[in-house]
Design a protein around this ligand. Structure first.
Ligand SMILES: *Cc1c(COP(=O)(O)O)cnc(C)c1O
Length: 400
């Protein structure tokens, strides 16, 4: 039995089967590459699901983690710690945010946003409107906020106070607003839902509905933030500023950390005792976050993300021309990129991803509609060329 097979067998025996895992146990990573237990290398265009933005084991981030781990690992939020303060300062210096609440994941960041929106709003208001096709997490409240029925099934009754507006329809959205509504929650670009960007005019319309009815606008930038789209946060490119924003995934380049950020006037509704997280803003995770953000903010880094993203999308557009039976077009922002599948392509979505995996190339099939690519932001054009060349072979074999 190979090492991968042995680990699969042991894992399946003791780990809850809530994931469909590929038959590989990853043991090390460097840059855009992962290595499994049998020594096989993979070119990773998934980045641990849009997490390792600086690539695997970025030397400066790993160094920071080791240094901080020898100094102080945890003290709790009953005390101040320097890494947490530094990370909050950095986030506030580079966004609309004035105050930050730290937690450990995306779902927790959205939970904090929903709780803050409710406690900050007039008493009778609790309802949060989100969009169909959205993804906001797997806890009960965030799954209720997620506008995809497949994530709800079997978990009813879900917490009350969530409804979903059809994607792209401002009239329908406004019609859902009533005296109980406190906020609108959306991703500037839907990630899990199939790399679907929200048009500028659509987001501007959502902003004006919020302003007109006194609602809070919450942007979930858990996947689109931290440079993924070519600006630190996606909404900067769209010219719309939210009242509350959530982030997680790439914030610690692999260490678990999430954050909910807002303005001072709104943050004032969270007072001692209203909300908490034991591990939130843990010194090691925060220190990793500081180093990660500093690198993303280095001169030229984000411009490189935009440039490589455009390059990648052009290659994918070329593939769509070459394989019209399987692909229709490419879309995305920065380095969150998708090849949109035709009906026939969708029926082969899983086959394509599996064939790429078998060749040592990692990607996924998102929203049951697109091939999604979220490579580390440090990816090179040569790595993009390599990836697209192999994808071309795989598509040719399936198209034949
Ligand atoms: C991944 C994701 C979440 C959930 O984050 P977790 O860390 O898995 O809880 C929420 N919203 C968006 C947009 C995401 O991409």
């Amino acid at each position: 039995m190979s090492k991968n097979e042995e680990l699969k067998k042991r894992g399946d025996a003791v780990i809850v089967g809530s994931y469909a895992r590929y038959p590989a146990a990853m043991v090390s990573g460097s840059g855009c590459r992962l290595t499994d237990a049998d020594g096989r290398e993979y070119l990773d265009f998934l980045s641990g699901i849009a997490v390792c933005a600086l690539g695997h084991c970025h030397p400066q981030v790993s160094e920071t983690i080791c240094t901080q781990a020898k100094k102080l690992v945890h003290a709790s939020n009953l005390y101040y710690t320097q890494p947490q303060i530094e990370l909050a300062e950095l986030i506030c210096a580079h966004s609309f945010a004035e105050k930050v609440f730290f937690c450990n994941s995306g779902a927790e960041a959205n939970e904090a946003a929903i709780k803050l929106a409710r406690i900050h709003s007039p008493k009778q208001r609790y309802k949060v409107i989100s969009l169909s096709g959205s993804f906001h997490g797997r806890t009960l409240a965030t799954v209720a906020a997620t506008g995809q029925p497949k994530f709800h099934q079997g978990f009813e009754p879900l917490p009350e106070g969530f409804c979903y507006a059809p994607f792209g329809d401002l009239k329908a959205l406004e019609a859902m607003v009533d005296e109980t509504t406190c906020a609108i929650l959306c991703e500037p670009l839907q990630g899990e839902g199939g790399v679907r960007p929200l048009a500028k005019e659509y987001l501007a319309g959502i902003r004006s509905i919020c302003d007109k009815h006194g609602l809070l606008l919450i942007f979930d930038e858990i996947q689109t933030g931290m440079g993924r789209t070519g600006t630190l946060f996606a909404h900067e490119q769209l010219g719309i500023t939210p009242d509350i924003m959530t982030m997680a995934k790439a914030l610690g380049n692999g260490l678990p950390i999430g954050a909910m950020v807002t303005r001072t006037d709104i943050a004032a509704s969270f007072v001692p005792g209203t909300h908490a997280s034991t591990f939130g803003g843990n010194p090691v995770a925060s220190a990793a976050g500081v180093t990660t953000l500093k690198i993303i903010l280095e001169e030229g880094f984000l411009a490189g993300v935009l440039e490589k993203g455009l390059y990648f999308r052009e290659l994918l557009a070329g593939l769509a021309e070459k394989f019209p039976n399987l692909l229709t077009t490419s879309r995305g922002m920065g380095l969150i990129v998708a090849a949109v599948l035709t009906e026939k392509g969708i029926s082969h979505g899983t086959d394509i991803v599996n064939a790429m995996f078998a060749r040592g190339y990692l990607m996924n099939f998102a929203g049951n509609s697109v091939l999604r690519f979220v490579p580390p932001l440090i990816v090179t054009k040569a790595e993009i060329d390599d990836f697209v060349a192999v994808l071309t072979e795989v598509l040719a074999a399936i198209d034949a």
